[in-house]
Design a protein around this ligand. Structure first.
Ligand code: NAD
Length: 351
């Protein structure tokens, strides 16, 4: 039985990966110290999800370790010698990073280096999958000419009709400190592939979402938007008239890709991983979708100022993923994803 070691295991992606790999025959070790509650306060607490994994995954082992602590991280990898590493622990918010620059860089960049080096020393054959982000492209996607449609922005340049490809430049644009720390991690992960020959890959996520997100205003857009709708709370839209477009991928489809990569790993790869154009929506369109499911009108205000460096329109070109892993594709539609998020918040409110 292969052992998978998953960091950020109590978060959205980590928890989905733990469950999926367990169902597919892996022994699973998770690492998480609930740092999300430190970054975002009690609303970001992930202990409920950690408890769920302990209940649902046979033989699940949880490690309460901070990825910034180099010694403990290296000793843990030495002890477990995993056959697969999935790195999903992070300070994940673009906007939060400026308030916690050291925590952000130490977690996202240095934490990733700690894991890579531990893997190189103790399990260099293990595929190493890193959750990167589309924020590595900075705000350069905003330089693509756009069309303004009734409820969304779209690319006017036919070269991007399928979305943003992995060849898009990552530097000389505005990233936020989060984007910068994630660039450092992304390039390190590529380097451990290219320089040391390890089976590493970076998944540059669009909006990763699903029922197990502890969505907060600064991170987890769909999850937070549904929560606001259900609680009758006001949602604040920051700039771009609410027509800003995100591509949404269910965490299950992220886990499915990671499993495909682990079965047939490559070295130093980069993939743009999002819902693609078919699963994209603007904030205004997301309101309509959620309203159609809950029957509740969304209360919102429009703040003129956009979030610094925020993308106006972003959807991922999924062609490289599909060509390298033809058994993988998006299986959960945007409508089904939002329906699951609505049900999950309703269940958590009753608990
Ligand atoms: N959710 C998205 O929309 C999105 C988009 C693009 C990229 N990503 C990336 O995917 C990854 C996972 O995101 P997510 O949405 O699951 O985030 P999440 O916040 O739900 O999960 C991250 C987990 O990591 C843990 N963690 C944070 N710092 C830690 C530390 N120092 N030591 C140990 N554990 C720590 C947190 O407690 C949390 O449970 C991140 O790398 C993120 O940048 C997410």
């Amino acid at each position: 039985m292969t052992t998978a070691f998953v960091t950020g295991s109590s978060g959205l992606i980590g928890s989905e990966v733990c469950s999926y790999l367990s169902r597919n025959g892996y022994a699973v070790h998770g690492l998480d110290n609930n740092q999300r509650a430190v970054f975002f306060g009690p609303q970001g607490d992930t202990r409920w999800n950690q408890a769920r994994l302990a209940r649902e995954i046979p033989g699940y082992v949880h490690h309460e370790v901070d990825i910034r602590d180099r010694g403990p991280v290296i000793r843990l990898i030495q002890e477990i010698r995993p056959g697969l590493i999935v790195h999903a622990a992070a300070q994940p918010s673009h906007d939060r990073a400026a308030a916690v620059p050291f925590d952000d860089f130490d977690t996202n960049a240095v934490g990733t280096l700690n894991l890579l080096e531990a893997a190189r020393q103790w399990c260099p054959e293990a595929p190493f999958v890193h959750m990167s982000t589309n924020k590595v492209y900075g705000d350069r996607p905003n330089t693509i000419p756009l069309l303004e449609l009734e409820t969304r922005w779209d690319y006017a340049d036919p070269a991007f009709a399928q979305g943003i490809p992995e060849s898009f430049p990552i530097d000389q644009s505005l990233h936020s400190l989060f984007g910068a720390s994630k660039v450092a991690a992304d390039v390190l992960v590529q380097e451990y592939g290219r320089y040391f020959g390890m089976a590493t890959c970076c998944l540059r996520g669009g909006c990763l979402t699903g029922p197990n997100h502890s969505g907060v205003e600064l991170h987890g857009f769909l999850s937070y938007l549904v929560k606001c709708n259900l609680e009758g709370r006001e949602y604040r839209i920051f700039g771009y008239k609410g027509k800003q477009v995100r591509d949404n991928i269910h965490s299950l489809d992220v886990a499915r890709f990671i499993h495909e990569f682990a079965k047939s790993p490559r070295s130093g790869e980069v993939y743009n991983l999002g819902g693609g154009k078919a699963n994209s929506c603007s904030i205004l369109e997301a309101f309509r979708l959620v309203e159609s499911l809950t029957g509740k009108r969304q209360v919102f205000t429009l703040v003129d100022q956009n979030r610094i460096g925020d993308h106006i329109c972003y959807y991922s070109d999924l062609r490289k993923m599909r060509s390298h892993y033809p058994r993988w594709d998006i299986t959960v539609s945007l409508g089904d994803t939002v329906e699951q998020i609505v049900e999950a918040w309703q269940t958590r409110a009753r608990a």
